[in-house]
Ligand binder design. Structure first.
Ligand code: BG6
Length: 477
């Protein structure tokens, strides 16, 4: 830890998820996942949130951008070489459960899937890039949803445990940084991607999360048996919460929202205990989560080494009906419109200072190293005929956020270990399935309907980020 600037060993890099970039959805023995049956386009979010997502592929009706992703499955060597050129110290990737166990609960692991990730990891290590692996990023195998009803079913704990053991035993000697579930707290509102359930009751929502806490702790336990040097993290989406005004009613409502949204899952995974506000809530609402003494002991004894979070926006809260006319948006949540902030083209409010507040809040509460595992601007990029893309808006966004990170480290004493902006190479959007919502330093020639030659091109931000990394952020004011 240093108050002079970012740590010497600071992990600069980029973040992705298997289902959003690999493509090859039915190659190499892979089974189907929830991402494979989620169509692109406007209906995607509605289907996810209504609980009416059809559990079959219907190509006569929909397009499925995740099916070919950006074809990373076949082009990863070219892409990793570009990450290396930018000087990445780490690359956050996920493993697709269904590449290893096509149905999620097969007796024998699929060697072709394991071999694929072996070769991706070796390619990264060859370029001195440390992988950071998310074990589950929004892609529960479809079979586990159809046959078992998703994460509300405790049987998924042992299926996940076997999957986690398989990949940790295979890759745990050469990969130090791991995370269990991506944005685990989105299970509170995006039940489809997160806990793989449709139309759950509130009790099932908390049961699904409880089962994931147990599964996550078991993975942490296995990781330590395999290699005591492994650093295991949890991962949540964090939105800095502001009361819309100083009306105590709004301040109290904000505190309540903050607890369940920003703290609940981290309290379980970092502190290892159900917080009393959650138990009081269950009691008040008559929610009975089936939790055994043995499960609670597993959660208590296997807390994480570091805490990671995605940060895209803050949210203003008000219970006053007069403030409800204009809402802010996010991928899975929003607040009321904050008059002090501008929003991205997708309505996500941009708030770099909110990131400094987040870092202080989380470090003050948990005292473990923090890893910003996602951040970035989804924007439309328009290349000229030579693929020149002057994405100053993206540079501006990232520069402002890194500047606030630096203040949190140097002025506030926060121990920050890593920064991996989301979608370092353009990929399929999780919420909308669009390609046109781009985050990358690397442009991929592909549109929302699958047209394009998928060639890769450096944007202006590519060289900018390369400079940030090579100077360890020193030039950022
Ligand atoms: C996070 C997810 O919520 O936000 C990613 O972990 C996702 O999977 C990212 O892609 C950005 O959201 P979107 O909807 O713009 O792709």
């Amino acid at each position: 830890m240093s108050f002079k600037g970012f740590r010497e060993d600071f992990l600069w890099g980029g973040a992705t998820a298997a289902n959003q970039l690999e493509g090859a959805y039915n190659e190499g023995g892979k089974g189907l996942t929830l991402a494979d049956i989620s169509p692109g386009g406007k209906q995607r979010m509605n289907l996810m949130f209504s609980g009416d997502m059809p559990l079959e592929i219907d190509e006569s009706k929909y397009v499925y951008p995740n099916h070919k992703g950006i074809d990373y499955y076949h082009r990863y060597k070219e892409d990793i070489a570009m990450f290396a050129e930018m000087g990445f110290k780490t690359f956050r990737m996920s493993i697709s459960w269904a590449r290893i166990f096509p149905n999620g609960n097969d007796t024998v692991a699929n060697e072709e899937g394991l071999a694929f990730y072996d070769s991706v990891i070796d390619e990264l290590l060859k370029h001195n890039i440390e992988p950071t692996i998310t074990i589950s990023h929004y892609e529960t195998p479809l079979h586990l949803v159809k046959e078992y009803g998703g994460w509300k079913n405790k049987e998924l704990i042992s299926f996940f445990e076997k999957y986690a053991r398989t990949i940790l035993e295979r890759f745990g000697k050469k990969v130090t940084y791991w995370m269990t579930f991506n944005e685990i707290n989105t299970g509170l509102m995006n039940n489809f991607f997160s806990t793989a359930m449709q139309k759950p009751t509130e009790e099932e929502i908390y049961q699904g999360l409880h089962n994931q806490f147990v599964a996550s702790s078991l993975a942490t336990k296995i990781a330590r048996e395999v290699n005591p040097n492994i650093q295991m993290g949890c991962m949540s989406v964090y939105a800095t919460m502001y009361a819309y005004d100083s009306d105590p009613v709004n301040v109290q409502a904000t505190q309540e929202k903050n607890r369940m949204f920003n703290y609940f899952c981290n309290d379980l995974q970092v502190r290892g205990e159900y917080p009393s506000y959650a138990l009081a809530y269950f009691d008040r609402k008559g929610i009975n989560v089936d939790m055994t003494e043995e499960e609670l002991a597993v959660i208590r004894e296997n807390t994480v080494d570091y805490m990671s979070f995605s940060y895209y926006m803050s949210a203003a809260m008000s219970v006053n009906p007069a403030h409800q006319d204009e809402k802010s948006q996010g991928n899975f949540f929003g607040g009321v419109k904050n008059p002090f902030l501008k929003a991205s083209d997708w309505g996500w409010e941009i708030d770099p200072i909110g990131l400094r507040i987040a870092l202080n809040d989380l470090y003050g509460r948990y005292g473990v190293p923090l890893y910003i595992s996602e951040n970035g601007l989804g924007a439309v990029d328009t290349p000229d005929e030579n693929y020149v893309i002057n994405d100053d808006y993206r540079i501006d966004y990232l520069e402002q956020h890194i500047s606030e990170m630096k203040k949190a480290v140097m002025l506030d004493g926060v121990d920050l270990m890593a920064y991996t902006p989301w979608g370092c190479i353009d990929l399929v959007s999780a919420s909308t399935g669009e390609m046109s919502k781009r985050y990358g330093f690397i442009y991929v020639d592909l549109d929302d309907n699958g047209n394009g030659d998928m060639s890769r091109h450096k944007k202006k931000s590519f060289d900018w980020y390369k400079e940030v990394i090579s100077t360890n952020g020193e030039e950022i004011k």
